[in-house]
Design a binder for this molecule. Structure first.
Ligand SMILES: *Cc1c(COP(=O)(O)O)cnc(C)c1O
Length: 340
């Protein structure tokens, strides 16, 4: 398939979306200023909008979710401090060890349960006593959604309350927290309640080209602001990209339900072909592919105009640039490969 003549159905991630024309129009019109001087009215508007929608005092715009997570970890924890985190969590596993490398923060990874949670007993057991032998346990970091799974809301309340009771702060890696909220019919305020800080990606399912927002108290973000400058995240006329974030928060949250429906459509269709497929809670589907078939399937999908990361534990992600019709085409491509 020639890329120039036909559109790819790209299921590698929900980060692959193109800004829509309306989003581009908002970017084109954005009023800008130098955000390092806090002079960019559009960045300020995005930060205020996000803070209001999620129920926090303030927000801070940064280039990526990796950076907003790192800002949070470095603000909550100092040198020789420790954070409790899931083995599967993005901040631990997929951010290059940044907390340790750049923050001198020790991660204490803990096994994730099947539903993505960290058992309350484990949280309690891993908190270190005040003793010179140990790092100082300061923070509990959760992730919602985690691998596409929605943390049970009752669990979130219990885990954040336990952390509070033990004197720990709490951070939520909410890269896809809007998916979790829409799935459960909760407001963004309800789903992030109990956390001291939350990182939200604008560039995943929400469809903006760049950026994440860190939410917290004014005082917390004042410190995070200093780390952002140190890490090279101080941007200048960033209103051009912040405008896309505003558009995303105002237009693309509730529609995430379509992505969830498409994930279910795809999962059901592939399961009907005899494949072992996860039951998606949000926009991520996992498919078991026999190792011997991976190369062949990869080629068949490319031939059908489908981009996907084929592996024995294959992950596909739906987003606003794929439709229900596209899901049917993907199922057809699998069918043709499996039952030629
Ligand atoms: C994508 C993602 C991030 C980081 O976002 P980037 O903008 O790619 O740095 C953090 N946490 C989770 C759970 C993510 O999925």
């Amino acid at each position: 398939m020639s890329e120039s003549t036909q559109r790819w159905i790209d299921l590698r991630s929900d980060t692959v979306t193109q800004p829509s024309q309306a989003m581009r129009d908002a970017m084109y019109r954005a009023e800008v200023g130098d955000d390092v001087y806090a002079d960019d009215p559009t960045v300020n508007r995005l930060q205020e909008l996000a803070a209001d929608m999620f129920g926090f005092e303030a927000g801070l715009f940064a280039p990526s979710g990796t950076q907003t997570n790192l800002l949070a970890l470095m603000t909550h924890c100092g040198r020789g401090d420790e954070y409790l985190v899931g083995q599967e969590a993005h901040t631990y596993k997929y951010e290059g060890g940044g907390a340790a490398v750049l923050g001198s923060i020790q991660p204490q990874p803990i096994l994730n349960q099947a539903d993505g949670s960290i058992a309350l007993e484990d949280i309690e057991a891993y908190i270190k006593p005040a003793d010179d032998h140990f790092a100082r346990t300061r923070l509990l970091a959760l992730e919602n959604t985690i691998g596409g799974r929605v943390l049970p809301q009752e669990y979130v309340a219990q885990a954040t309350a336990l952390a509070k009771a033990k004197g720990l702060n709490t951070h939520l890696d909410g890269a896809r927290v809007c998916n979790a909220a829409v799935k459960q019919g909760l407001s963004l305020r309800e789903i992030t309640k109990g956390f001291d800080s939350v990182s939200v990606c604008l560039s995943k399912g929400l469809g903006a080209p760049v950026g994440s927002v860190l939410l917290g108290s004014k005082d917390f973000l004042k410190q995070a602001h200093r780390w952002r400058k140190m890490l090279g995240g101080g941007m200048r006329q960033a209103g051009v990209i912040a405008a896309a974030g505003i558009y995303a928060l105002q237009n693309n949250v509730q529609r995430l339900a379509e992505d969830h429906a498409n994930a279910t459509l795809l999962a059901d269709g592939l399961r009907a072909l005899g494949l072992n497929v996860s039951v998606p809670q949000t926009n991520i589907v996992y498919i078991d592919i026999p190792a011997a078939q991976c190369a062949g399937l990869g080629a068949a999908l490319v031939a059908a105009g489908v981009r996907a990361s084929v592996s024995p534990k294959m992950r596909v992600v739906t987003h606003l640039d794929v439709s229900a019709d596209d899901m049917r085409r993907v199922i057809d491509a699998f069918r043709t490969f499996l039952k030629p």
